[in-house]
Design a protein around this ligand. Structure first.
Ligand code: PMP
Ligand code: GLU
Length: 393
């Protein structure tokens, strides 16, 4: 049997590490997982109730491909109220998770020979998506020194006549970088006259710390908005990862093309989840503030502890729920008989010897780092850090 070249894709390492940890736990091994890319809170009761009501009310049939009008209207309201952006429902599409939204958008935008510019470290799935579509993945390297952020100058250095999409993700997975208004608008200013599309993945919008504020690049000007596709969803903000609802808002031409693609490949996102998402976006979401302050406590603890673990250094994330410590000081050492050459060796060693699961930075194009998710309880974090300390020289 010969599979298409397109099938030659790397598995999602974030999902793989999480699964590995769960499998070890199922076997009775006491693993603490720092691999999860999902909030550890439960879906709010009123959202679950709306899902149950949708089932009981027989809202279990196909919906319009682009999503139910009630959900698109509430997304439009959210974008107006929280981001100051006007979108009609023709400019909004509902998809099966934000991952699907990104892939849908890229699918109608890029092809062989096109280039997608992405700041690195980047979220694991971006590379493979771009590769599946036959386009080239062009990274801009960032580090702790630059706050893991790019500038217009960095963009200028890599920009070419093949550049078709600039893919931005703020708040960022895995680095936690959040572009402030000045930083994101400087990028907008540079891109305003370029013949490209910006895909802005804003899925961690609500999870920001220490006075940082999420600003959407689309708010810079009408011109920038006319070339931006915003991606967001309910997974992270409402602890609804399993419900699989994401959305994209952008120019009607792009959204229309996405809807045609979706009509042939997925049909509609789950009807029940769409109704639950209406409830999520409709109600007072003040509980998110409580979640964020819980995340902040964990973040502050973990950042301090990691910086006490020489030779590890750890930047303080501005958003999302990951820390991305630099562990390269450990490379070349032999720990309890294990040679540590790179982030994959270190993640394997920590899992096998320390019974803690982390994601190697290699998955995000940054081998000097590992990703530790603090979307787990404070007890787990305290115990997990103790185990990490026990694994270090
Ligand atoms: N973008 C980023 C940066 C993410 O971390 C995730 C998490 N999986 C997604 C998109 C996709 O989210 P969803 O679960 O809604 O597909
Ligand atoms: N976005 C999460 C992560 O980076 C979830 C896993 C995934 O979808 O890849 O871990």
């Amino acid at each position: 049997m010969k599979l298409a070249k397109r099938s030659n894709i790397a598995p999602s390492l974030t999902l793989a590490m999480n699964t590995k940890a769960k499998q070890m736990r199922a076997k009775g091994i006491d693993v603490i997982s720092f691999a999860a890319g999902e909030p550890d809170f439960t879906t709010p009761e009123h959202v679950k109730e709306a899902g149950k009501k949708a089932i009981d009310g027989n809202k279990t049939y196909y919906t319009p491909v682009s999503g139910i009008i009630e959900l698109k209207e509430i997304v439009a309201k959210k974008l107006k109220k929280e981001n100051g952006l006007d979108f009609t429902t023709d400019e909004i599409t509902i998809n099966s998770g934000a991952k699907h939204s990104v892939f849908n958008a890229l699918s109608v935008l890029v092809e062989n020979g096109d280039e997608v510019i992405v700041p690195s470290p980047y979220w694991v799935s971006y590379t493979e998506m771009v590769r599946i579509l036959g386009a080239d993945f062009r990274t801009i390297e960032t580090s702790e020194e630059t706050g893991f952020k790019i500038t217009p100058k960095d963009l200028e250095n890599v920009f070419s006549d093949r550049t078709k999409v600039v893919l931005l993700n703020s708040p960022n997975n895995p680095t936690g970088a959040v572009y402030n208004k000045k930083e994101i608008f400087a990028i907008a200013e540079y891109l305003e006259d370029k013949d490209i599309v910006i895909v802005a993945d804003e899925i961690y919008e609500k999870i920001v710390y220490d006075g940082n504020v999420h600003v959407s690049i689309a708010g810079y000007s009408d011109k920038i908005k006319s070339k931006t596709v915003i991606v967001n969803g309910v997974s992270k903000a409402f602890s609804m990862t399993g419900w699989r609802i994401g959305y994209a808002a952008g120019p009607a031409e792009i959204i229309g093309a996405v809807n045609k693609l979706q009509g042939h490949t997925c049909g509609n996102p789950t009807s029940i989840s769409q109704w639950a998402s209406v409830a999520a976006l409709q109600q007072n979401s003040s509980f998110i503030t409580g979640w964020v302050s819980e995340f902040k406590k964990r973040k502050d603890y973990i950042v301090k502890k990691l910086n006490d673990c020489k030779p590890i250094t750890c930047a303080d994330p501005e958003g999302a729920f990951y820390v991305f410590p630099n562990v390269s000081g450990l490379y070349g050492s032999v720990l309890k008989g294990n040679t540590i050459k790179d982030s994959v060796d270190l993640a394997d060693y920590l899992l096998n010897k320390g019974k803690i699961a982390v994601v190697p930075g290699k998955a995000f194009g940054a081998d000097n780092y590992i990703r530790i998710s603090f979307a787990t309880s404070m007890d787990n974090i305290i115990e997990g850090i103790k185990r990490l300390e026990g694994c270090l020289p």
